[in-house]
Design a protein around this ligand. Structure first.
Ligand code: AGP
Length: 615
C-alpha cells in the first residue's frame, strides 16, 4: 500500500521526508517522490524504484525548504514509472498532491477536466485531485472567498472512493492541508514542527502524541501548529492519542504479531487486487500483454509453484477448467523442473511466487521458456526475478508480507488466479459478458465477507484452537474447492504450530487415513455450502463414529452441521468457486491461535525462511 509523509517546520524537510518514507518501505511500493517548497516554488523529484534511489538523486538537488510532502506508490492506475509516481501537480505546477487510496470516478473527472483545458502528465487517478484543487483554489482566491483548505474540501467533495490526501500550494508557503476518507491519515506536533503520515511509524521519532483523523476531517499544518476542521470548514477539537508502542509494535500496527496484522489486511488486498480490472463489462489484465485472440489459442495450462503458492494453484485448476474448459495441471516447481513436461507453443505456464525469488520456481520458469511456453508470473514483489523473467506478470497487491507464514499473499494469489481464470473464460467465449460481470461483483463481495469473518469468528476459532492444542496430529478434509482449501489449512498449522497436520480429499478417508482416527486425532472439515456438502457430512460422520473431535468450517445458517461437529466456525455464504477465499481465513486464524497457545514464535517459525532462494 502507498505511504504518505509530510512536514512543515523549522528544519529542512527533505531528510525528514526521506526518513519517513524509509520507515514505510516495509509496506511495499514501486516508486517514490517528494515535493519541497523552495522559496516561492514547489520542486518535485520522483524516482521509480527504492527510496534509497530517490535519496541518491536528491543529493544532486539543493533542497533546503522546510515544508514538503512525500510518497511511496504501489501502482493501481498506471504502471510503475517516474511519471506516475507522486507527488502530482497541477497544470501550472503550483499545487502538489500525494494520495493514498483509489478514486473510483477518476475517469469521468479526468475527461471533464481535459474538456476544461487541463493537461495531464500521468495515467494516475490521483492527478485529477491536483487539477481539481487548482481550479477551486484560483477561483476562491480571485473571489476572495477561500483558501487552500477550502479548495481541497471542494475538490474532495467531488471524489468517489477512498483517499488520504496531503496538499501544498505555492500561494500558501509553509502550509499543508490534509484530509481523509477510508484511508488513514495521522498528524502530530513535534519539537521541530508539524508532521503528517499515513502510518504512525513514519513520524514516531518526532512525536508520540498524534491525532488520527476520522473520515471527512481535515487538518491545516503550519510550522506554528495544527488546526482541525470538518469538510465545511468548521473547527474541530479532535482527541489526541498517545502512542507508547516501541517501533517494533508500531510496525505491527498494534497487533501482537505480523501474521495477525497481515490476516486482517486481507479485505484490502482483495479490493486492491480487483481495482481497475473490470471496465465496460470486460475484464482486462493489460500486464499480460496478450490479445484475446492469442489467449484463445492456449490449449494447456500448467500452474507451477511451491508451498502455499502451490495451494493457490490447486484452487485455480478448478476455476480454469470450469470456466475456460482448458486442461490445467498444477505442479510443485521442484518436480516440474526435473521432468519432461509436455509443452508446446500454445502452452501457458503460470508461475506463482509471493517472494518472486523461489529458486525452484525460477528454474521451472526458465525451463518452460526454453521449451517454448509462454510464462505468466504472479508475484507480490515488483521487479523480482519471477517478474523479470516472465513474459507477463500480475502483481498481487498484498504489500510486503513479513510473517513467514503466507496469508495475505495467498489470498492475493487466489484472487489474481481467479481473475486469470475468468479472463481465459472470457477469451475462449465460454463466459459471457453478463457472467463476467456477475462473477466479478460476487468476487468483490468476498472482501466484505472476509471483513465479517475477521470481526465475528474470533470466539469460535479460540474454542476450536483449545480443542486441538494438545493433539499430536490433525487431519484437514474437504471436497472440491474445500479439498484445495484444506491443503493450505494443514500447511499453515504445521508450519507455525509444529503440530503435525495432513490434508486429504475427504473421499480418500476410507482408503487409508481413517485408520489414524481416534479421540486424540482432531479432524478439521471444510463443510461449506457446495454441491458436495452431503458427501463431506458423511465423511464427518465416519470420523466422528471413531471418536474424532470434529471442527467444521460451515456456512452461516447451516444449523444441521452442529449435529455432526463438536465445534463449528460459521462463515458467510459465497459462491462455491470463491469459498477458498473465505474458508481460508478461519483456518489461518485457527493455526495462529494454536501456535500462540503452544508458545510458538508465530512470525518466525523454526527452520523456515520467507524466501527460499536455494534449491
Ligand atoms: C507459506 O506459508 C510458506 N512460507 C511457504 O510454503 C511458501 O509459500 C513457499 O516457500 C513458496 O514461496 P513463494 O511464494 O515466495 O515462492
Amino acid at each position: 500500500m502507498c505511504g504518505i509523509v509530510g512536514y512543515t517546520g523549522a528544519a529542512p524537510a527533505e531528510p525528514i521526508l526521506i526518513e519517513g518514507l524509509s520507515r514505510m518501505e516495509y509496506r511495499g511500493y514501486d516508486s517514490a517522490g517528494v515535493a519541497v517548497q523552495q522559496g516561492e516554488a514547489i520542486e518535485v523529484v520522483c524516482r521509480k524504484g527504492k527510496v534509497s534511489e530517490l535519496a541518491h538523486t536528491l543529493e544532486h538537488f539543493d533542497l533546503d525548504g522546510t515544508c514538503g510532502i512525500g510518497h511511496t506508490r504501489w501502482a493501481t492506475h498506471g504502471k510503475p514509472s517516474e511519471a506516475n509516481a507522486h507527488p502530482h501537480t497541477s497544470c501550472a505546477g503550483d499545487i502538489a498532491v500525494v494520495h493514498n487510496g483509489i478514486i473510483e470516478n477518476f475517469a469521468e473527472l479526468r475527461e471533464a477536466l481535459i474538456g476544461r483545458g487541463h493537461v495531464f502528465k500521468s495515467e494516475t487517478d490521483t492527478e485529477v485531485v491536483a487539477h481539481l484543487v487548482e481550479e477551486a483554489y484560483h477561483r476562491l482566491r480571485e473571489a476572495g472567498t477561500g483558501d487552500l483548505r477550502a479548495a481541497v474540501a471542494e475538490a474532495a467533495s467531488q471524489l468517489v472512493g477512498a483517499y488520504g490526501l496531503a496538499v501544498m500550494a505555492e500561494g500558501e508557503p509553509g502550509t499543508l492541508i490534509v484530509c481523509r476518507k477510508d484511508s488513514p491519515i495521522v498528524v502530530g506536533r513535534g519539537e521541530m514542527g508539524s508532521y503528517v503520515a499515513s502510518d504512525i511509524i513514519a513520524m514516531i521519532d518526532a512525536t508520540r502524541d498524534v491525532v488520527v483523523l476520522a473520515d471527512d476531517q481535515m487538518a491545516s499544518l503550519t510550522a506554528e501548529g495544527i488546526a482541525y476542521f470538518d469538510m465545511d470548514g468548521n473547527p474541530l477539537e479532535p482527541e489526541v492519542t498517545h502512542v507508547d508502542w516501541d517501533i517494533d509494535v508500531a510496525e505491527k500496527g498494534g497487533y501482537p504479531d505480523f501474521m495477525l496484522k497481515e490476516i486482517h489486511e486481507q479485505p484490502r488486498v482483495i479490493r486492491d487486487t480487483l481495482a481497475g480490472r473490470l471496465s465496460g463489462g470486460a475484464l482486462t489484465i493489460d500486464e499480460l500483454d496478450m490479445t484475446p485472440a492469442e489467449l484463445n489459442l492456449i490449449d494447456r495450462v500448467y500452474v507451477i509453484a511451491c508451498g502455499t503458492s502451490y495451494h493457490a494453484g490447486l484452487i485455480a485448476k478448478n476455476l480454469i477448467e470450469g470456466w475456460a474448459r482448458i486442461p490445467c495441471e498444477v505442479e510443485v516447481a521442484s518436480e516440474f523442473r526435473y521432468r519432461n513436461p509436455i509443452i508446446t507453443p500454445t502452452t501457458l505456464v503460470v508461475a506463482v511466487s509471493q517472494s518472486g525469488e523461489t529458486a525452484d520456481t525460477l528454474a521451472a520458469i526458465r525451463d518452460a521458456r526454453v521449451r517454448g511456453a509462454k510464462v505468466f508470473g504472479i508475484t507480490n514483489v515488483v521487479g523480482s526475478p519471477v517478474a523479470r523473467e516472465s513474459d507477463g506478470v500480475i502483481y498481487t497487491k498484498a504489500n510486503k508480507e513479513i510473517a513467514v507464514a503466507s496469508t495475505k499473499s495467498f489470498l492475493g494469489q487466489v484472487v489474481s488466479l481467479t481473475l486469470l481464470a475468468m479472463l481465459l473464460g472470457q477469451s475462449t467465449g465460454r463466459l459471457t459478458g453478463g457472467q463476467i460481470k456477475l462473477l466479478f461483483s460476487e468476487l468483490a463481495d468476498t472482501a466484505e465477507a472476509v471483513e465479517r469473518i475477521l470481526a465475528e469468528c474470533g470466539p469460535a476459532v479460540e474454542e476450536a484452537a483449545r480443542a486441538m492444542v494438545d493433539a499430536t496430529s490433525a487431519l484437514f478434509i474437504g471436497r472440491g474447492m474445500g479439498a484445495a482449501t484444506s491443503y493450505e489449512g494443514a500447511l499453515k498449522l504445521k508450519e507455525i504450530s509444529y503440530l503435525h497436520a495432513e490434508a486429504y480429499a475427504a473421499g480418500e478417508m476410507k482408503h487409508g487415513p481413517i485408520a489414524l482416527i481416534d479421540e486424540n486425532f482432531p479432524v478439521v472439515a471444510i463443510a461449506t455450502d457446495s454441491p458436495v456438502y452431503d458427501k463431506v457430512v458423511s465423511n464427518l460422520q465416519e470420523s466422528r463414529a471413531r471418536g474424532a473431535c470434529i471442527i467444521a468450517v460451515a456456512t452461516e445458517g447451516d444449523e444441521d452441521i452442529a449435529k455432526h461437529a463438536d465445534h463449528v466456525i460459521y462463515i458467510p455464504k459465497v459462491r462455491d468457486a470463491f469459498s477458498p477465499i473465505t474458508a481460508s481465513v478461519p483456518l489461518q486464524l485457527l493455526s495462529r491461535e494454536v501456535a500462540v497457545l503452544r508458545g510458538c514464535d508465530v512470525d518466525q517459525p523454526r527452520n523456515l525462511a520467507k524466501s527460499v532462494t536455494v534449491e
